[in-house]
Design a binder for this molecule. Structure first.
Ligand SMILES: Nc1nc2c(c(=O)[nH]1)N[C@@H](CN(C=O)c1ccc(C(=O)N[C@@H](CCC(=O)O)C(=O)O)cc1)CN2
Ligand code: MG
Length: 294
């Protein structure tokens, strides 16, 4: 029997609706409008698309959206000065610097300059450290989305064997921590791992986040496994256009797995929805309000 498709579009839309409901209540009961500031440096076309989508979805949820577009040749000190301004701005509850930054800028230093309470990307070492310590923290959006998608299939992840392929700060590493917090048994694999197909075949939950198109094949999967595909590679098509491909050979996975996320329409959809959740959580924490239920 073919696997079921985990519909990221539907799940993300539901999450955004829940956030919008909470924002309405915050405005009504506390006169508080959560605000998100996004900093885009340069003009990478994909980053421009993602930032536009963040702006639209932030406004659609009833939050304030502040966009800061800086030229590709901006100097480090000017980026840091903008971050300092946003840290001090009471209307801003979340700050996000779109990645990757142009060469020449020190990404680590820029992220470290963000007030951890406003770090809605969950990338500041303070939040990464708290997450790794099993403490409450703002957590990176894509891994949060992966967990929500997994929970749409499994009400509990306790005791399940998970493999995370990829160890980036944005996805793989924080995803491992979130899975541990759910009491999953986690294997961390990466481009240098030996016997990857064999490691994968043991897993109930497979997270592919390496950025290598269709690397995970159908015969790498345990029958019935849940497969969460984080990869997005844009490839040219014969008609001169492009299309997106994930890290998992989708058609093959559909023959073996129990549930699979599509690309597009899976994990990617959750990233911005979870950013809205984090902005809401940051606004509540900064304003001394109880954590939102979403
Ligand atoms: N500061 C950050 N930079 C980047 C992040 C991040 O979380 N924080 N993640 C990615 C880019 N990204 C958001 O910033 C992002 C990627 C993909 C999608 C998405 O909706 N994907 C769609 C397909 C979109 C398309 O057609 O191109 C899907 O998979 O369905 C949203 C956001 C790197 N940088
Ligand atoms: Mg996707």
């Amino acid at each position: 029997m073919a696997a079921s498709i985990i519909d990221g579009k539907v799940i993300a839309a539901d999450l955004r609706a829940q956030v919008a409901g909470e924002v309405t209540r915050m405005k009504r009961d506390h006169g508080l409008t959560p605000g998100l500031a996004v900093v885009l440096v340069g003009n990478d076309p994909a980053s421009e698309v993602y930032v536009r989508s963040k702006h639209k979805q932030t406004q659609a949820a009833g939050m304030a959206s502040f966009e800061h577009m800086l030229p590709a040749d901006v100097v480090q000190a000017d980026v840091l000065a903008l971050i300092a301004e946003l840290n001090a701005d009471a209307a801003v509850h979340g700050i996000l610097v779109q990645l990757p930054l142009p060469k020449g800028l020190d990404t680590e230093a820029i992220i470290a300059a963000i007030d951890p309470a406003k770090d809605v990307d969950g990338l500041h070492p303070y939040n990464a450290g708290r997450l790794a310590g099993g403490l409450s923290a703002l957590s990176p959006c894509t891994p949060l989305g992966c967990i929500i998608l997994t929970k749409s299939v499994h009400s509990s992840l306790e005791g399940l064997d998970a493999i995370v392929i990829g160890r980036s700060n944005l996805v793989g590493r924080p995803l491992v921590q979130l899975l541990l917090n759910e009491n999953a048994t986690v294997t961390i694999a990466h481009s240098r791992s030996r016997n990857l197909p064999e490691l994968c075949r043991r897993a109930d939950l497979v997270y592919a986040a390496v950025g290598k198109a269709e690397m995970v094949r159908g015969d790498w999967l345990k029958p019935g496994a849940t497969v969460i595909d984080v990869g997005i590679t844009r490839v040219p098509t014969t008609d001169g256009k492009t299309r997106l491909i994930g890290d998992v050979a989708f058609d093959e996975a559909m023959q073996v797995a129990g549930a699979v996320t599509p690309v597009p329409g899976g994990v990617g959809q959750m990233t911005v929805a979870c950013l809205l959740v984090n902005t809401l959580r940051a606004a509540c924490a900064i304003s001394g309000l109880p954590a939102p239920t979403v």
